[in-house]
Design a protein around this ligand. Structure first.
Ligand SMILES: *Cc1c(COP(=O)(O)O)cnc(C)c1O
Length: 358
């Protein structure tokens, strides 16, 4: 191809590599942190009854009804809610809106969601990895040692470690930080046992909390994420969105998301099942001599004595089970295992036994 056909910006990109979504055969998928349980029944009913004629019309570009529903759930005002096509899109707008390349690098922990450095490249931002504790927990004090930076982001619980900080730890940290920089807390996994910082946006006008319906609400295929923050920050996110795509959320997505949020009972039941299966899995892995980091997410990050993460990943794949391996220095011994159904996790454990017990 003639290289002049591609912009220098596009040539400089390094895309994110998502976990495998194989189409060739059916695996037990424990690699992309999807929820093993179906979305709430109301979602299925709405799909069955949906009047397709509505799709002639453009959706509400401001997702007003959905944002009202989110605001109610998180005890915030509608002006404090921004919605997007998956939290990946929301995060992309957040990086564009709040991190200024001229102020220095974006700060995030050494081992974290590997999309963050990808957004940095996309928007011409430098990044700086903040060292973690020996036990892989996030060290917030280390963020404060950096003087020149454009903003900071970390997931809570962190990925791929699953380790959570408490709301108090985050509150104390936020009291100590620069008021002229935005701090983003990515709560993709918070519903599986960590404490949400959603209402801290009332105390701190420089804090954005990002959520997704992909994990705890079983709707990875819907693509629905949202950000909570001070009304001025949220207004800026709308400006960015409306300079990119006025209608990132379809009519159907908006309505399905409202349905999904309404069913609190189904949600807590499902969440408890995942947590209980996680605890059993941790127990069984530990019994077998594995090291398992303390997880408040719907996955565990674990390593086996004298096996590399890559070997575990390949052996399991051959047996029809997908887990996630990260070829990054410092975590190559580990695999990230999504919590599936009880039955899937039983198969996972018996497969490990067949592979590795002598
Ligand atoms: C899964 C994940 C996301 C992205 O979620 P989507 O809403 O599906 O785009 C964001 N942040 C972290 C840390 C995640 O693990």
């Amino acid at each position: 191809m003639n290289p002049s056909l591609v912009s220098s910006k596009a040539r400089a990109l390094t895309p994110y590599t998502p976990g495998e979504q194989p189409q060739d055969k059916s695996y037990i998928k424990l690699n992309t942190n999807e929820n093993p349980y179906p979305p709430p029944p109301g979602v299925q009913e709405l799909l069955r009854d949906y009047n397709a004629d509505m799709l002639r019309l453009y959706p509400d570009p401001t997702s007003k009804r959905l944002r009202e529903e989110i605001a109610r759930h998180y005890n915030v005002d509608i002006q404090e809610v921004f919605t997007g096509n998956g939290s990946d899109e929301v995060l992309s707008f957040v990086f564009y809106a709040f991190f200024d390349p001229k102020n220095g690098p974006v700060l995030f922990p050494t081992h974290t969601y590997s999309f963050y450095p990808v957004y940095c490249t996309y928007y011409g931002l430098e990044s700086l990895k903040i060292p973690m504790e020996e036990d892989f927990s996030i060290n917030l004090d280390s963020f404060n040692r950096i003087e020149e930076f454009s903003g900071a982001i970390f997931p809570n619980p962190n990925a791929p470690t699953g380790i959570a900080l408490s709301r108090d730890q985050i509150f104390d940290f936020l009291r100590s930080v620069r008021k002229d920089r935005v701090y983003v807390i990515d709560e993709a996994y918070v519903d599986f046992g960590a404490e949400t910082c959603s209402t801290l946006i009332k105390d701190f006008p420089n804090v954005v909390v990002v959520h997704t319906l992909s994990k705890s609400r079983s709707l990875a295929g819907l693509r629905l994420g949202f950000a909570l923050g001070n009304p001025d920050l949220i207004k800026t996110l709308f400006t960015v969105k409306d300079s990119f795509n006025s209608y990132p959320l379809s009519r159907l997505s908006q309505e399905l998301a409202i349905k999904a949020l309404e069913d609190e009972d189904y949600f807590s039941g499902m969440r408890e099942k995942v947590i209980s299966t996680r605890e059993k899995t941790v127990h069984k892995l530990t019994e077998r001599g594995w090291t398992v980091l303390p997880s408040k997410a719907n996955f565990v990050f674990a390593s086996a004595p004298s096996l590399s993460g890559h070997k575990i990943y390949t052996d399991l794949k051959q047996k029809g089970i997908l887990v996630r391996f990260f070829n990054h220095d410092g975590i190559k011994e580990y695999v990230r295992i999504t919590i599936g159904t009880e039955e899937q996790m039983d198969t996972f454990i018996s497969t490990l036994d067949a592979l590795y017990s002598k």
